[in-house]
Design a binder for this molecule. Sequence first.
Ligand SMILES: Nc1ncnc2c1ncn2[C@@H]1O[C@H](COP(=O)(O)OP(=O)(O)OP(=O)(O)O)[C@@H](O)[C@H]1O
Ligand SMILES: [Mg+2]
Length: 327
Amino acid sequence: MSTVQRPAADAAVLCVALNPAIDLTIEVAGLRPGEVNRARRAQQDAGGKGINVASCLADYGAGVAVTGQLGRDNPALFAALFAAKGIADRCLYIDGSTRVNAKIVDPAQGQTTDINLPGPAQTRAEIDEQIARLERLIDELAPALRWAVLSGSLPPGWPDDVYATLIRRVHANGGRVVLDTSGRALTAALAAAPEIVKPNRDELAECLGRPLASAADATAAARELLAAHAGMRLVAVSMGREGAVFVTPDAALLAHPLDVEPISSVGAGDAMVAGITAAQLDGLPVDACARLATAFAAAKLTRLGPHLPAPATVRSLAEKVGLTRQG
Ligand SMILES: Nc1ncnc2c1ncn2[C@@H]1O[C@H](COP(=O)(O)OP(=O)(O)OP(=O)(O)O)[C@@H](O)[C@H]1O
Ligand SMILES: [Mg+2]
C-alpha cells in the first residue's frame, strides 16, 4: 500500500471526526454470555462516522481532508485508509489509543451485540486546546475549503456546542457546513444554522420531541427546521428502507431507496451524507442531489466497509432513483 500523503491545502472538503473508533467485528456462533466463547474470526476496520464520510467522498474523487482525535498508540488502520484513498490526514494525535467498538456477530442466533467504548478522558483545558486547534485548522484550510462535514457523537466531556463553534468558524471563512449528529450536540449545533442537516428520522424526532410516523411528518419537521434557522437550505431526513425526504425552502422530495441486497447497513447514512456533499461540490439542484445521495447509500449497502464502486457506477445508480414530490 502506498504511503504517499495528499497535501491538505487543496482539500475542498474537511470531514470532522471528533470521536472515531476502531470497529472490531468478532464472529461467534452461538454466543453464551458468562462462558468462554470461541470466535470464528475477527476483523478490525478504521471506523467512525466522519471517517466513513471521508472514505466515500474520496472514492468519488473529491479532495478530502480529515480531522478529529486519534490515539498515538494504534493509528495504523487509519493511516492505511488515508493513504489508500488519498485523504489528507490533519488529525490531532493524542496520548493513548483510539477507542474500540466491538460488534459480536452471532450468525447462529441471527444477533449482533454491540459494545462501544467511551472516547478518551480529557480535562476541560485539554479539550479547549483541541477546539482551538480545530479552529486554527479551519482557518488554515480556508483558501480551498468549500464544505466542512461534521459527523457523529462528541468525545466525553466535550461541550455540547462545539459543533456550533466550528460552524461559526467555517462560516467566518466563507465555507459551508453539512451536519450529521444527534441528541444535545444536534440541538446546540442548529443554533449556528448549518446549511445542510441530515438527521435520521429518530434523531429528528428526538430533537423535536415528537414521533415522526410518516414521510409527511418528516417533511413537516424539516420545514420547521428551515423556518426556524435562516441560512439553512436543505434538511434531509433519512428513514432507512423507506428512503429519505429532501426538503428545501422551495421543494420537498421523497427519494425512494434502490432495491439492493444489503450486506451491511452500517454507514448507509454516512454514505448519504457523502453523496449530499458531493452533489454540493458539483452544484447539483435538489432533485439530482437526492438521487446521488440515495445512490451513494445504496452503493455502500452492498459493501462491507465505507467503500463505493467507481463514480460512473454510482452515477448510473443515481439515474434509477425514483422521486415523489411531497405536498
Ligand atoms: N434496507 C435498505 N435498502 C435500501 N436502501 C436503504 C436501506 N437502508 C437504508 N437505505 C438507504 O440509506 C439511506 C440512509 O439510511 P438510514 O436512514 O438508515 O441512515 P442512518 O440511520 O443515518 O444510518 P447510519 O447513521 O448508521 O449510517 C436511506 O435513506 C436509504 O436511501
Ligand atoms: Mg446516521
